[in-house]
Ligand binder design. Sequence first.
Ligand SMILES: [Ca+2]
Ligand SMILES: [Ca+2]
Length: 190
Amino acid sequence: MTIAIRLCAAALCFNLCTATDRPEDLMTHVNEIFENGTHSLKEGRSRTMRDTTASKNCWPGWSKQGSRYFLYVNRAMSWADAEVYCQVSKANLASIHTPAEHTYIQELVRRQTGSYTEAWIGGTDAVKTWQWFWSDGSKFFYQDWVGGEPNNLWGMEKCIQINYSRDHRWNDLNCANRLPFICGTRPESC
Ligand SMILES: [Ca+2]
Ligand SMILES: [Ca+2]
Protein backbone atom coordinates (compact mmCIF):
# COMPACT_ATOMS: atom_id res chain seq x y z
CA MET A 1 0.00 0.00 0.00
CA THR A 2 2.86 2.31 0.86
CA ILE A 3 4.42 1.76 -2.54
CA ALA A 4 1.04 2.30 -4.18
CA ILE A 5 0.61 5.62 -2.37
CA ARG A 6 4.12 6.72 -3.26
CA LEU A 7 3.66 5.74 -6.90
CA CYS A 8 0.35 7.53 -7.05
CA ALA A 9 1.90 10.62 -5.49
CA ALA A 10 4.79 10.44 -7.93
CA ALA A 11 2.45 9.98 -10.86
CA LEU A 12 0.17 12.79 -9.71
CA CYS A 13 3.21 15.01 -9.20
CA PHE A 14 4.31 14.14 -12.72
CA ASN A 15 0.89 15.11 -14.00
CA LEU A 16 0.68 18.28 -11.92
CA CYS A 17 4.20 19.28 -12.92
CA THR A 18 3.30 18.95 -16.59
CA ALA A 19 0.15 21.09 -16.17
CA THR A 20 2.12 24.31 -16.27
CA ASP A 21 -0.40 26.87 -17.46
CA ARG A 22 -3.84 26.12 -16.05
CA PRO A 23 -3.60 24.17 -12.77
CA GLU A 24 -7.19 25.10 -11.93
CA ASP A 25 -8.33 23.16 -15.01
CA LEU A 26 -6.55 20.06 -13.75
CA MET A 27 -8.16 20.36 -10.31
CA THR A 28 -11.57 20.75 -11.93
CA HIS A 29 -10.87 17.61 -13.92
CA VAL A 30 -9.76 15.69 -10.81
CA ASN A 31 -12.85 16.85 -8.93
CA GLU A 32 -14.99 15.60 -11.81
CA ILE A 33 -13.22 12.27 -11.58
CA PHE A 34 -13.96 12.06 -7.87
CA GLU A 35 -17.58 13.06 -8.33
CA ASN A 36 -18.10 10.58 -11.15
CA GLY A 37 -16.16 7.89 -9.33
CA THR A 38 -18.07 8.42 -6.10
CA HIS A 39 -21.29 8.25 -8.06
CA SER A 40 -20.18 4.93 -9.57
CA LEU A 41 -19.23 3.64 -6.13
CA LYS A 42 -22.62 4.59 -4.68
CA GLU A 43 -24.34 2.83 -7.55
CA GLY A 44 -22.16 -0.20 -7.02
CA ARG A 45 -23.00 -0.34 -3.32
CA SER A 46 -26.74 -0.09 -3.88
CA ARG A 47 -26.54 -2.78 -6.54
CA THR A 48 -24.42 -4.94 -4.25
CA MET A 49 -27.34 -5.31 -1.87
CA ARG A 50 -29.50 -6.62 -4.70
CA ASP A 51 -27.02 -8.67 -6.65
CA THR A 52 -25.12 -10.50 -3.91
CA THR A 53 -27.91 -12.96 -3.27
CA ALA A 54 -28.65 -13.43 -6.95
CA SER A 55 -25.19 -13.85 -8.46
CA LYS A 56 -22.69 -13.99 -5.57
CA ASN A 57 -20.88 -11.20 -7.40
CA CYS A 58 -19.81 -8.71 -4.76
CA TRP A 59 -18.48 -6.25 -7.39
CA PRO A 60 -21.48 -5.84 -9.70
CA GLY A 61 -20.57 -4.57 -13.11
CA TRP A 62 -17.01 -5.83 -12.76
CA SER A 63 -15.71 -9.01 -14.41
CA LYS A 64 -14.42 -11.79 -12.18
CA GLN A 65 -11.30 -13.77 -13.03
CA GLY A 66 -10.15 -16.12 -10.29
CA SER A 67 -10.16 -14.10 -7.06
CA ARG A 68 -9.83 -10.77 -8.87
CA TYR A 69 -12.25 -8.30 -10.43
CA PHE A 70 -11.58 -6.11 -13.45
CA LEU A 71 -13.38 -3.14 -15.02
CA TYR A 72 -12.71 -1.65 -18.46
CA VAL A 73 -13.28 2.12 -18.36
CA ASN A 74 -13.90 3.54 -21.81
CA ARG A 75 -12.79 7.08 -20.93
CA ALA A 76 -9.46 8.41 -22.17
CA MET A 77 -7.32 9.75 -19.30
CA SER A 78 -3.68 10.21 -18.41
CA TRP A 79 -2.20 7.28 -16.45
CA ALA A 80 -2.29 9.24 -13.16
CA ASP A 81 -5.89 10.39 -13.56
CA ALA A 82 -6.86 6.82 -14.49
CA GLU A 83 -5.19 5.52 -11.30
CA VAL A 84 -7.11 8.09 -9.22
CA TYR A 85 -10.34 7.07 -10.94
CA CYS A 86 -9.71 3.42 -10.03
CA GLN A 87 -8.79 4.34 -6.44
CA VAL A 88 -12.10 6.15 -5.96
CA SER A 89 -13.73 2.79 -6.74
CA LYS A 90 -11.52 1.06 -4.12
CA ALA A 91 -9.25 -0.41 -6.82
CA ASN A 92 -6.07 0.41 -8.72
CA LEU A 93 -5.11 0.28 -12.35
CA ALA A 94 -4.94 -3.43 -13.10
CA SER A 95 -1.81 -5.45 -12.45
CA ILE A 96 -1.21 -8.58 -14.54
CA HIS A 97 0.59 -11.63 -13.18
CA THR A 98 -0.13 -14.54 -15.50
CA PRO A 99 -0.77 -15.21 -19.19
CA ALA A 100 -4.32 -16.22 -18.21
CA GLU A 101 -4.96 -12.84 -16.56
CA HIS A 102 -3.46 -11.06 -19.56
CA THR A 103 -5.67 -12.95 -22.02
CA TYR A 104 -8.72 -12.40 -19.82
CA ILE A 105 -8.15 -8.63 -19.76
CA GLN A 106 -7.51 -8.49 -23.50
CA GLU A 107 -10.77 -10.32 -24.16
CA LEU A 108 -12.59 -8.03 -21.70
CA VAL A 109 -11.44 -5.04 -23.77
CA ARG A 110 -12.30 -6.77 -27.06
CA ARG A 111 -15.82 -7.64 -25.85
CA GLN A 112 -16.45 -4.03 -24.82
CA THR A 113 -14.89 -2.23 -27.77
CA GLY A 114 -14.96 -4.74 -30.62
CA SER A 115 -11.19 -4.68 -30.95
CA TYR A 116 -7.97 -4.94 -28.97
CA THR A 117 -8.04 -1.27 -27.95
CA GLU A 118 -4.87 0.25 -26.47
CA ALA A 119 -5.35 0.86 -22.74
CA TRP A 120 -3.44 1.67 -19.55
CA ILE A 121 -2.63 -0.92 -16.93
CA GLY A 122 -0.96 -0.24 -13.57
CA GLY A 123 2.72 -0.74 -14.42
CA THR A 124 5.14 2.19 -14.08
CA ASP A 125 8.87 2.84 -13.82
CA ALA A 126 8.38 6.48 -12.77
CA VAL A 127 10.27 5.96 -9.50
CA LYS A 128 13.38 4.41 -11.13
CA THR A 129 13.89 3.89 -14.86
CA TRP A 130 13.72 0.21 -15.87
CA GLN A 131 12.52 -0.78 -12.36
CA TRP A 132 8.87 -1.61 -12.92
CA PHE A 133 6.25 -1.55 -10.21
CA TRP A 134 2.51 -2.15 -10.08
CA SER A 135 0.44 0.67 -8.58
CA ASP A 136 -1.41 -1.87 -6.40
CA GLY A 137 1.86 -2.80 -4.66
CA SER A 138 1.99 -6.39 -5.96
CA LYS A 139 5.25 -7.89 -7.22
CA PHE A 140 6.18 -7.28 -10.85
CA PHE A 141 7.32 -10.52 -12.45
CA TYR A 142 5.08 -11.24 -15.47
CA GLN A 143 5.67 -9.09 -18.56
CA ASP A 144 4.74 -9.28 -22.24
CA TRP A 145 6.52 -6.53 -24.16
CA VAL A 146 6.39 -6.01 -27.92
CA GLY A 147 9.80 -6.67 -29.49
CA GLY A 148 12.04 -3.61 -28.96
CA GLU A 149 9.97 -2.41 -25.99
CA PRO A 150 10.27 -1.04 -23.40
CA ASN A 151 12.47 1.58 -25.09
CA ASN A 152 11.92 4.61 -22.80
CA LEU A 153 11.65 6.83 -25.88
CA TRP A 154 13.12 10.32 -25.30
CA GLY A 155 13.56 9.25 -21.67
CA MET A 156 9.87 10.02 -21.17
CA GLU A 157 8.05 6.69 -21.16
CA LYS A 158 7.15 5.59 -17.65
CA CYS A 159 3.78 3.85 -17.94
CA ILE A 160 2.59 0.58 -19.50
CA GLN A 161 -0.09 0.26 -22.15
CA ILE A 162 -1.48 -3.05 -23.41
CA ASN A 163 -2.65 -4.05 -26.91
CA TYR A 164 0.19 -2.17 -28.60
CA SER A 165 0.92 -2.83 -32.30
CA ARG A 166 -0.37 -5.74 -34.33
CA ASP A 167 1.06 -8.09 -31.71
CA HIS A 168 -1.30 -6.68 -29.02
CA ARG A 169 1.46 -6.76 -26.44
CA TRP A 170 2.95 -4.17 -24.05
CA ASN A 171 4.66 -0.83 -24.67
CA ASP A 172 6.08 1.80 -22.34
CA LEU A 173 4.45 5.15 -23.15
CA ASN A 174 4.49 8.75 -21.91
CA CYS A 175 2.08 8.77 -18.95
CA ALA A 176 0.49 12.04 -20.09
CA ASN A 177 -1.11 10.28 -23.08
CA ARG A 178 -4.82 9.78 -22.66
CA LEU A 179 -6.02 6.21 -23.01
CA PRO A 180 -8.94 4.16 -21.72
CA PHE A 181 -7.90 1.85 -18.93
CA ILE A 182 -8.56 -1.25 -16.86
CA CYS A 183 -9.09 -1.12 -13.10
CA GLY A 184 -8.44 -4.22 -11.02
CA THR A 185 -8.94 -5.28 -7.44
CA ARG A 186 -8.60 -8.31 -5.22
CA PRO A 187 -11.28 -7.94 -2.53
CA GLU A 188 -10.24 -9.24 0.89
CA SER A 189 -13.76 -10.46 1.49
CA CYS A 190 -16.98 -10.75 -0.44
CA1 LIG B 1 10.73 4.30 -18.60
CA1 LIG C 1 7.95 2.61 -25.78
